[in-house]
Design a protein around this ligand. Structure first.
Ligand code: ADQ
Length: 464
C-alpha cells in the first residue's frame, strides 16, 4: 500500500492527548493504517523561519516533519491573507476582509516555501493529501517542481458562490492553482455546486464525459466528501472517568433545570451573539422558563491577533453580562460563558448532560460539534440538536431542529420546541441522526477521499 503524506497547517499530536481535535485523531488513524508522513508548521515563529531545520517526530509507522515560519510569514500569511482575506470571504463576510497585496504575496511565498521543503521528503509512490485554505497554491508549486504523485486537496471551510468569491482580487490565480490538484474535495454538495458554477460561468470551463472538469488548460475531479467524527469514541466517553465526572457534576448542579449547550471557538462565523440574543428573547417570551433553563456557552478565544476576533469576544462578554444582569436571581444565572477549552472526554460528559445542543453558525464548512453532541447522547433520554441551516452539517442532519440564525425569533422558537419536545419525538429524531453520525465517521471520510484519489491516478495511463 502506498504511503500517505498529509499536509496541513497544524500537525499532530500523534498520540491522543485528550486535547487534540477530532480531525487530528482521525488523520492519525488513517496514517497508521497505511503508514505515513504528516508535514506542516511547527507552531513556532523563528528567525530562520521556513529555512529552519526539519523537526522530525516518529511513532511506529507514522512520522511528522515540521518547520517554523518567520514573523513576517506569520503576519502576512497565517494571520494575514489566510485569516484576514480567505477566511472572511469564504464565510461570506466581505465586510471583514482585508485585501492587501503584501499579504497575498506573503501567502504565496509561504505556500512555495512549504512545497519546496516537502519535495525532498517525497517518495515516488506516495499519495499526497493537502488540507484546507492555508495551502491553495501548494499543489501548483509541487507540480511545477516536477512532482508526479497523486495530489488531493480538501477544503474544510465553505466554498462560496461566485458572486462572493470574485470579490477576492486574485480569485482567478487561486482557482487556477486549485486546478493543479488531481482531486478537490468539498464538505457539501452546495459547496461543490458553487465551485462548478464558478468554473462554468466565470472561466468558461466544461464538464468532460468522465465527470471531470476542464478549465484554464487544466483538468480536475471535484466532489463532496462530508467529514465525520470518531463517533464510537464520543458515544463511549461517558464511561471514562473524566466523561462520567463531568456528566455527574453537571447533572447534580442542574437538578431539574434543563441546560442548552454551545461549544465553539470564538469566531464571528459561529453566530454567538445571535445565540445569546435568542436566549434572551426566549426568556422574554416565556417567563415561565426563568429558573428552569440555562445556557452554557463554552468558547475559547482563537486568532486573537486578528482584530475582528477580539471585538467579538468583547461583544459576547458585554451581552452575557447584560442578559445575566437583567434576568438572574439569587439562585439562578441564565448564561454561563466559559472561555477555556475542555478535554474531549469532559466535553462528551457536558454534551450528555445537556437537553439541547445549540449549533447556530452563520456559515460553517461542516461543524463537528453538531455530530459530537448527537454521538454523546443517552439513547434512552436523548437531547435535541438545534442546527443552523447554514452549517454544512444541515445538509445531512435533516432530523435536527433546523433554524435560520439571522432570525432571532426563529432561533428562540427553535429553542422552545427543543426544550419542550416529548420523549418519543426526541428518540425518533436522535436515532435517525445517530445512524448517520455512526456511519459517516472520520475514518470512513478519509478512506473515501483517499480511495478516490488513488483510483483516479490508477486510471491515468503511465507516461511512456
Ligand atoms: P472549526 O471551525 O474549528 O473547524 P468545528 O467543526 O466545530 O469547527 O470543530 C471544532 C472542534 O473543536 C470540535 O471537535 C470541538 O469539539 C472542538 N472544540 C471547540 N471548542 C472547544 C472547547 N471549548 N474545548 C474543547 N474542544 C473544543 C473547521 C471548519 C468546520 C469543519 C471542521 C472540520 O470551520 O466547518 O467542520 O474544520 O472539517
Amino acid at each position: 500500500m502506498p504511503r500517505i503524506v498529509v499536509v496541513s497547517n497544524r500537525v499532530g499530536p500523534l498520540s491522543d492527548t485528550g486535547r487534540a481535535g477530532g480531525l487530528a485523531v482521525a488523520l492519525v488513524d488513517v496514517l497508521r493504517e497505511r503508514g505515513g508522513l504528516w508535514f506542516g508548521w511547527s507552531g513556532d515563529v523563528s528567525e530562520e523561519g521556513t529555512y529552519s531545520p526539519l523537526q522530525f517526530n516518529e511513532s511506529g509507522n507514522v512520522s511528522t516533519a515540521t518547520i517554523d515560519v518567520a514573523q513576517a510569514d506569520y503576519d502576512e500569511s497565517y494571520a494575514g491573507f489566510a485569516n484576514r482575506a480567505l477566511w472572511p470571504t469564504l464565510h461570506y463576510r466581505l465586510d471583514l476582509t482585508d485585501f492587501d497585496r503584501r499579504l497575498e504575496q506573503g501567502y504565496r511565498r509561504v505556500n512555495e516555501r512549504f512545497a519546496e521543503r516537502l519535495v525532498p521528503l517525497l517518495r515516488p509512490d506516495d499519495i499526497v493529501w493537502v488540507h484546507d485554505y492555508h495551502f491553495f497554491f501548494m499543489g501548483d508549486v509541487l507540480r511545477a517542481a516536477g512532482v508526479k504523485n497523486p495530489i488531493g486537496f480538501f477544503l474544510h471551510i465553505p466554498f462560496p458562490v461566485p458572486e462572493v468569491l470574485t470579490a477576492l482580487p486574485n480569485h482567478k490565480e487561486m482557482i487556477h492553482a486549485l486546478l493543479a490538484y488531481d482531486l478537490v474535495g468539498f464538505q457539501t454538495s452546495q459547496h461543490l455546486s458553487a465551485f462548478e458554477r464558478y468554473i462554468f460561468e466565470e472561466v468558461g470551463g466544461t464538464r468532460e464525459a468522465d465527470g471531470s472538469i476542464s478549465a484554464m488548460g487544466r483538468t480536475v475531479v471535484a466532489d463532496a466528501f462530508p467529514i465525520g467524527i470518531d463517533a464510537s469514541a464520543f458515544s463511549t466517553f461517558h464511561e471514562t472517568a473524566e466523561g462520567h465526572e463531568n456528566f455527574a457534576l453537571m447533572k447534580n448542579e442542574l437538578g431539574d433545570q434543563k441546560q442548552i449547550v454551545g461549544v465553539d471557538r470564538i469566531d464571528y462565523s459561529k453566530g454567538l451573539p445571535e445565540r445569546f440574543t435568542a436566549f434572551e428573547r426566549l426568556l422574554e417570551l416565556h417567563p415561565e422558563m426563568k429558573g428552569e433553563v440555562t445556557l452554557l456557552q463554552i468558547a475559547p478565544p482563537s486568532r486573537s491577533e486578528v482584530r475582528a476576533y477580539l471585538q467579538i469576544q468583547r461583544l459576547l462578554e458585554g451581552l452575557s453580562g447584560r442578559i445575566n444582569g437583567r434576568f438572574s436571581d439569587l439562585d439562578w444565572t441564565p448564561i454561563h460563558f466559559i472561555t477555556r477549552s475542555f478535554p474531549r472526554r469532559s466535553l462528551a460528559g457536558i454534551y450528555r448532560a445537556s437537553s439541547v445542543g445549540l449549533v447556530t453558525p452563520l456559515r460553517d464548512g461542516m461543524n463537528l460539534v453538531a455530530k459530537e453532541y448527537v454521538a454523546a447522547q443517552d439513547p434512552e433520554d436523548p437531547g435535541v440538536l438545534v442546527l443552523s441551516r447554514f452549517a454544512g452539517a444541515a445538509e445531512e442532519m435533516t432530523e435536527a431542529v433546523i433554524v435560520n440564525p439571522y432570525s432571532i425569533d426563529e432561533l428562540a422558537e427553535g429553542l422552545r420546541l427543543a426544550i419542550q419536545m416529548p420523549l418519543d419525538e426526541r428518540k425518533a429524531r436522535w436515532s435517525a441522526l445517530n445512524t448517520k453520525v455512526m456511519t459517516n465517521t472520520a475514518s470512513a471520510w478519509s478512506r473515501r477521499f483517499l480511495d478516490r484519489l488513488v483510483s483516479l491516478h490508477e486510471s491515468v495511463p503511465a507516461e511512456g
